[in-house]
Design a protein around this ligand. Structure first.
Ligand SMILES: Cc1ncc(COP(=O)(O)O)c(C=O)c1O
Length: 373
């Protein structure tokens, strides 16, 4: 669709009888709606106004985009949906990806629904819940005793030799296009009003880039009139994108050996680092670094004040907000949206100690009442 200024949403997103992410197909890389290959609905995920937590943090509004509610329980379903549609459009019957976990469980899910053969390359340390998703959905899973960064390179070499369709971050140009539908939904839920800040965690940097791309698309069509400040959140020992950004323009990737409680953003060689840094510079955004303890504390805060159980990488966005408020980067009157990118049941390791501590009681009413005291 040609660029046009000041389009009405109803003209751009014509009624197509679907409420999922395919509603936005005029802004996706397809000539027509390509939705029929799968009965699954990816999006819309809820945008929740969490007033209790906003009050506790001292900000004016807090919106949580809970993308853990997608078919495989992460935002990655948006990218996999577009990748599978493209693979089918181009006539492939095999698809592959390397992943820290979610891209693979998501690709396995959507491929199963679409009838594509799916090949998955993951580090051996991938959380069990994500691994079981891949296996249950019937993918051929290659679990490799190496880091995500090494697994990525191995997958490229094998996938290319086999001639399979590639759903790897930054290699596949369409992933970012699919991921931007989360930001479209966020703005639509806010009636095209713009929050002051959006925070999201960054591993390869594709989700972060997709937020910027969505904002640029919406500005182009006049659906929003200003840009929020976007902040990418990284682990303090897993901050290759933030470090590259800080090193200044022209950006030269700074790869590193990483450690982060949030496996999904434990990435030492981010594949979309240049795009993420360039968009950040172009749009006046920035980065926040958070510790493992801050991420785990944010999991509890989200769960206990908002009723949202987030996986560590999703909760990192809240940890980033708390850090930005403490450091005065975000002012107390701001309105803020956080992308909660994955569901907490995908990786319970950071909270597993709670189950171990929980005492087993005998079936004795007196003793149970005693315990309640
Ligand atoms: C739950 C979750 N959040 C955030 C990210 C980071 O996304 P990206 O690698 O596009 O930066 C991922 C990536 O795996 C993820 O699974």
């Amino acid at each position: 669709m040609p660029r046009q200024k000041h389009c009405r949403p109803e003209d751009l997103f014509q009624a197509i009888g679907r409420r999922d992410m395919w509603r936005y197909w005029p802004l996706l890389p397809f000539k027509s709606v390509e939705a029929d290959f799968s009965p699954l609905e990816v999006g819309p995920s809820p945008t929740i106004s969490c007033d209790k937590l906003a009050k506790k943090l001292g900000i004016s509004r807090l919106f949580l985009k809970d993308d853990g509610r997608n078919p495989s329980a992460s935002l990655k379903d948006r990218a996999s949906n577009v990748a599978v549609a493209k693979a089918l459009e181009l006539g492939f019957s095999n698809i592959y990806c390397a992943s820290t976990g979610n891209a693979a469980s998501s690709l396995s899910c959507i491929s199963a629904a679409a009838g594509l053969n799916c090949y998955i390359f993951v580090p051996a340390a991938t959380p069990e819940a994500k691994l079981s998703q891949m296996l249950v959905f019937g993918s051929r899973v290659l679990r490799i005793d190496a880091s995500y960064d090494e697994v990525f390179d191995l997958s490229m070499s094998i996938g290319e030799e086999k001639g399979w369709y590639c759903r790897n971050s930054a290699i596949n140009p369409y992933l970012l296009e699919g991921k931007k539908t989360a930001t479209f939904e966020l703005f639509e839920a806010l009636n095209w009003n713009v929050p002051d800040y959006i925070l999201v965690s960054a591993g390869d940097g594709t989700i972060l880039s997709s937020v910027y791309k969505a904002i640029m698309d919406l500005l182009d069509y006049g659906l929003i009139s200003r840009s929020p400040v976007v902040l990418g959140v990284q682990g303090e020992n897993s901050s290759a994108i933030a470090d590259t950004y800080d090193s200044g323009f022209p950006f030269e990737p700074i790869d590193q050996t990483t450690q982060c409680v949030a496996d999904s953003i434990n990435v030492g060689k981010p594949r979309d680092v240049i795009k993420a840094c360039s968009y950040t510079k172009q749009n006046g955004g920035g980065f926040i670094r958070v510790s493992d303890d801050e991420i785990v504390a944010a999991i509890y805060t989200l769960a206990r004040t908002c009723g949202i159980f987030s996986e560590p990488a999703g909760a990192a966005a809240l940890a980033g907000l708390e850090k930005a408020l403490a450091d005065g980067i975000i002012g107390r009157k701001a309105s803020v949206a956080l992308l909660i990118t994955g569901n907490g049941l995908k990786d319970i390791r950071p909270v597993a100690a709670l189950c171990k501590e929980s005492k087993v009681l005998p079936p004795d009413e007196k003793l149970i009442k005693e315990e309640l005291k």
